[in-house]
Ligand binder design. Structure first.
Ligand code: ACM
Length: 267
């Protein structure tokens, strides 16, 4: 069994050190293989403008936040998939980092920016890739990527067993929709959402909580409440994601008819 889970909490906007220490203390005794954290868990989400994001974003290689997380992973012998406001030269991405005891193993930059993110983040420029952790192949998507079924499909085609999904969900559709993403691709998904609100001069955004783990048949393994902090870890059998037979004659990926899907490309 692979132990995968999430930590749901309510980051305080702009309080990077406070948010980091909340995460480190919540995970201090966790027994897990992979833990997913929300999107932008150190900075908060609702930036005033690009200059505020410039101030709060960090280059992972120079970030004391990231070095603390690497030390935590080394100590606890788990991997983290975490949202991160990633500065890279003059660009800033809404990224997810895969972190282990040896460092940052993978970076994914959110492809589909949501609402005000378009004002201050650069759109992602990393391909959809999967990486292997402890014998499981994981694919990363960030929050609003859920509404584009191509993302989960491509990750499944690249062998993902588990979709790791750092989120700051605002609309109310995602948690139910992820049941379908998992069923149609026969994958697990761990959606780590935040709860609470960012109350900023420009307005207030409230997040939906209900972080969840879904299995390859689209069944909920667990969904937490819309409010409240929780670290939840489940044992999953990754092999279940590799059985993509829906009937004796229907294999989900082999039965596709890509020659009829060409309209998806380049439109
Ligand atoms: C979102 O993509 N944070 C809604």
């Amino acid at each position: 069994m692979l132990r995968v889970g999430f930590f749901q909490f309510a980051p305080k906007f702009g309080e990077v050190a406070t948010n980091l220490s909340k995460i480190v203390s919540a995970l201090r005794d966790a027994e897990a293989d992979i833990i997913v954290l929300p999107e932008l868990p150190f900075t908060g989400y609702l930036f005033q403008d690009r200059s505020e994001l410039v101030y709060l974003s960090e280059e992972p290689a120079k970030s004391t936040t990231v070095s603390s997380l690497i030390a935590l992973c080394r100590d606890r012998k788990f991997f983290l998939v975490t949202g991160f406001a990633e500065r890279s030269d003059d660009k800033i991405f809404n990224s997810a980092l895969v972190i282990g005891g040896d460092g940052v193993l993978h970076t994914y930059r959110k492809l589909h920016l949501f609402d005000t993110e378009k004002e201050y983040f650069d759109p992602g420029d990393t391909p959809l890739e999967t990486i292997e952790l402890r014998g499981a192949r994981i694919g990363i998507m960030v929050c609003f990527d859920w509404i584009f079924p191509e993302v989960a499909r491509i990750l499944a085609l690249k062998g993902a067993d588990i979709l790791c999904h750092p989120s700051n969900l605002v609309l109310t559709y995602c948690q139910q929709s992820m049941l379908t993403r998992c069923l149609e691709n026969s994958v697990f998904a761990v959606s780590a959402n935040r709860f609470g609100s960012d109350i900023r001069p420009r307005g207030t955004v409230t997040y939906t909580g209900q972080s969840q783990i879904v299995d390859p048949r689209g069944e909920l393994v667990y969904r937490t409440k819309s409010e409240g902090e929780e670290l939840y870890i489940a044992g999953i059998d990754v092999k279940r994601a590799r059985d993509k037979w829906m009937t004796q004659r229907n294999e989900l990926l082999e039965d596709r008819r890509p020659e009829y899907y060409t309209d998806l490309i380049g439109k």
